[in-house]
Write a protein that binds this ligand. Structure first.
Ligand code: XMP
Length: 517
């Protein structure tokens, strides 16, 4: 086991992720609870995270001193390195040379930390983000790698197995960072690497049971992977104390509602309330063209409908709903706070069931909060969810409403649904589905003139979109073969009444966003 002491860095969970990739169990614990966790967990190694704080400030956080006295290997990252130095008798000063972004480190001598990864005498790119730097080493330490602005880029006390790095090995912008973390976890801390998603499943169900006791939990199912995995996991933990509520707002893709209901009711036998609210949503969206207004209306209606269902549940048998379950992932948590700590600009109001817990006086159950999308998919597989379900592209909460710029009508939704289904069918048939992060059609509020048979047509224009991405934060358009696009366009124009022209969107994010609204 590895204990990760969190000093509040935005990327602490990435350390946990890298450790999980080595199949080693880790726990992220805020520094305030680190002493207690160190005693109960008895870790084989400790990693100290970065922080927005400065070691040179009064009252800045420290690691429990006993960690350094227990004979356990310690790796300090950025702020973690600085507090390690300060706590062991070295010195840190506020940097006049701040370093953000890419830097090069030069490896000066051998170290167990980069054994087999970096070679002495070579330069390697790393990702830095720091204002302070170490100026005097504690006893027993030596500098093993340097960078231009951080002479103490990597420091080591090989005898005590203490290591400090000024850069962030946990981020992908440090290309060999994962290798350094592997060395620390596997070779230095000597963890065996037998932890798996099966173990996560067992631990998570135990945690859920402990958190909710015999209370009632409801979960909003969106039809997407995250909420489905959360629901199946929670059901495994507490059985029919869980009720799922699936609000069908009529903005789903072709056949989607049926698939969700079938999967949950029939395959998993999880109590499910299927709310048919299509007319209500269409009615409230009538005449609305502004994207943010659409999002806000949908978000609010969703909460209203969900709230009403939860109350009905309570009225039926007198048992209150104490917990709301959500499939929140780690990127949802970081994206909601800006990197600089300042107020971030709202690009789009993301739709979720936020706001509900306060209104209904419910507590949250979020068993996937530490995981990343690909890990959630693996957990879904572990729970036996079908591959076609687990591997699905993300789908936004406001659904087709934000893929239909301009006013939304039942007729337009019908056209869009049909065209989207043809597009995705062709993508699957060509074996491209898993190479693409997300692919969908957008029905434009523009008509164009065409000729079909001997007649003139004046119909809608459809835009196709497909992007590659790692996390949805940035994206590139997918470079389809032109023949493929031609085939899709022909099929759509022939088969979908109401469309006579198809275009392909070649905008990346930024400057575009993935969705059109
Ligand atoms: P954008 O369009 O902002 O989208 O580049 C990034 C990712 O987020 C999805 N998305 C949403 N997901 N509720 C969601 O659950 C929303 O309101 C929402 N808006 C966008 C989008 O599909 C893409 O995967």
């Amino acid at each position: 086991k590895i204990l990760i002491v969190d000093f509040g860095s935005q990327v602490t969970q990435l350390i946990a992720r890298r450790v999980r990739e080595e199949r080693v169990y880790s726990e992220v614990v805020p520094y305030t609870r680190a002493a207690e966790a160190f005693r109960t967990l008895k870790p084989k190694g400790v990693i100290l995270s970065g922080s927005p704080a400065s070691v040179t400030e009064d009252f800045s956080p420290r690691a429990p001193q006993e960690i350094f006295e227990a004979g356990v290997p310690v790796l300090g990252i950025c702020y973690g390195q600085q507090t390690l130095v300060a706590q062991l008798g070295g010195a840190v000063e506020s940097g006049h040379h701040r370093e953000f972004g890419r830097a090069e480190v030069e490896v000066k001598s051998e170290s167990a930390l980069y054994d087999g990864v970096w070679r002495v005498g070579e330069d390697y790119p790393v990702w830095m983000s720091h204002g302070d730097r170490v100026t005097r080493l504690p006893e027993g330490f030596s500098v093993v790698a340097t960078s231009e602005n951080a002479p103490y880029a990597v420091i080591a006390d090989e005898a005590r197995h203490f290591y400090g790095v000024q850069f962030h090995p946990e981020v992908v912008h440090t290309p060999h960072g994962a290798g350094l973390i592997r060395n620390f976890v596997r070779n230095i801390a000597k963890c065996t690497g037998d932890w798996t998603m099966a173990a996560f499943r067992a631990e998570a169900t135990a945690r859920i049971r402990e958190q909710v006791g015999d209370s009632r939990v409801i979960c909003a199912l969106s039809g997407g992977v995250d909420s489905a995995v959360a629901a199946v996991l929670i059901h495994e933990a507490i059985g029919d104390q869980l009720t799922c509520v699936f609000v069908d707002h009529g903005l789903l893709r072709l056949g989607e509602a049926e698939r969700v209901v079938q999967l949950f009711r029939d395959a998993y036998n999880i109590p499910l309330v299927h709310v048919e609210a299509q007319e209500l949503f269409l009615e409230e969206l009538k005449g609305v063209t502004d994207p943010e207004t659409k999002r806000k209306i949908i978000g609010k209606l969703f909460i209203d409908v969900f709230d009403a269902e939860a109350r009905k549940l309570k009225e039926r048998d007198g048992r209150a709903v104490d917990f709301l379950a959500q499939g929140t992932l780690y990127p949802d948590v970081i994206e909601s706070v800006s990197f600089t700590g300042g107020p971030s600009v709202t690009i789009k109001s993301h739709h979720n069931v936020g706001g509900l817990p306060e209104r209904m006086n419910m507590k949250l159950v979020e068993p996937l909060r530490e995981l990343f999308k690909d890990e959630v998919r693996n957990l879904g597989r572990e729970l036996g969810l079908p591959e076609v379900f687990v591997g699905r592209h993300p789908f936004p909460g406001p659904g087709l409403a934000i893929r239909c710029p301009g006013e939304i009508t039942a007729e337009k939704l019908e056209i869009l649904r049909h065209a989207d289904a043809v597009y995705l069918e062709e993508i699957r048939r060509a074996g491209l589905y898993d190479d693409i992060w997300q692919a969908f059609a957008v029905l434009l509020p523009v008509r164009s003139v065409g000729v079909m048979g001997d007649g003139r047509t004046y119909e809608h224009v459809l835009a196709l979109r497909a992007v590659t991405s790692v996390d949805g934060m940035t994206a590139d358009f997918y470079a389809f073969d032109m023949n493929f696009l031609g085939r899709v366009a022909t099929r759509i124009i022939n088969e979908v009444k109401g469309i006579n022209r198809v275009t392909y969107d070649i905008t990346s994010k930024p400057p575009g966003t993935i969705e059109w609204e």
